[in-house]
Design a protein around this ligand. Structure first.
Ligand code: SF4
Length: 239
């Protein structure tokens, strides 16, 4: 076991855990946008910065990536941390000036309006955190989308910006997106994911008649798990 302190509280942690994991287990709130416990940490949004103190020196690190160490002292809301977090939110707000999630996070830090000139503001919902890409790759195992280009032209897209032919319509990318940047809707017997330019026929339950999941997603699961053909004829509610 490792002993460290977070915000003055002495805590025990397992070797290999990150500061964010230990803080979260102990009810200490650190804001994040790009972190999801089911996925590898990525350190993209930097909102989870904390200040660490060791050997008489201090520095600011991303808590989702930094592993705990014996005797480490961590502060989650020191003046230095708050300055960093405020600047990160200023930048996110400049990119996503109309996004409600970002506006609310910024307001919590006392930022009501972006401090950048109007010509530098963008009406984007995507913060390029890569959660959707990682979910598709690491959880679904499909890799239908990826982060493409660099610098100011970086974005999430299917290969060659065409329809995401590998997509199975599972919606994992939509569910993990922290800012609502992915637009998905189920209309009658069809699921549409606008960002990836794809549509899927939904499977109808033989018992209740509800359309409940994309046929392509069910085929994918059935093939992977070698399930019988009729396995998904009935929805989970009616099973
Ligand atoms: S809906 Fe498509 S792009 Fe999104 S996670 Fe599922 S397979 Fe990947």
């Amino acid at each position: 076991m490792i002993t460290l302190s977070i915000d003055g509280r002495e805590l025990k942690a397992e070797k290999g855990q990150t500061i964010l994991q230990v803080a979260s287990e102990n009810g200490i709130d650190i804001p994040t946008l790009c972190y999801h416990e089911a996925l590898e940490p990525y350190g993209a949004c930097r909102l989870c910065v904390v200040e660490i103190f060791k050997g008489g020196r201090s520095r600011v690190v991303a808590s989702c990536l930094y592993p705990v160490e014996e005797g480490l002292e961590v502060k989650t809301s020191s003046p230095r941390v708050l300055d960093n977090r405020k600047m990160i939110l200023e930048l996110l707000l400049a990119r996503c000036c109309k996004n409600k999630v970002i506006q609310e996070l910024a307001a919590q830090m006392g930022i009501e309006q972006p401090s950048f000139k109007p010509e530098y503001l963008e009406d984007n919902d995507c913060i390029l955190c890569g959660l959707c890409v990682r979910a598709c790759e690491q959880v679904v195992g499909v890799s239908a989308i990826s982060l493409v280009n660099r610098g100011i032209t970086k974005e999430v897209a299917p290969p060659f910006f065409e329809a995401a032919t590998a997509c199975i319509g599972c919606g994992s990318c939509y569910y993990v997106c922290p800012t609502g940047a992915i637009k998905m809707e189920d209309k009658g017997d069809t699921r549409i994911i606008h960002n990836w330019k794809v549509e899927f026929k939904l499977k109808k339950c033989k018992v209740c008649g509800n359309y409940w999941a994309p046929e392509k997603q069910l085929d994918y699961i059935r093939d992977k798990l070698h399930l019988p053909e009729e396995f998904f004829d009935v929805c989970p509610d009616c099973k």
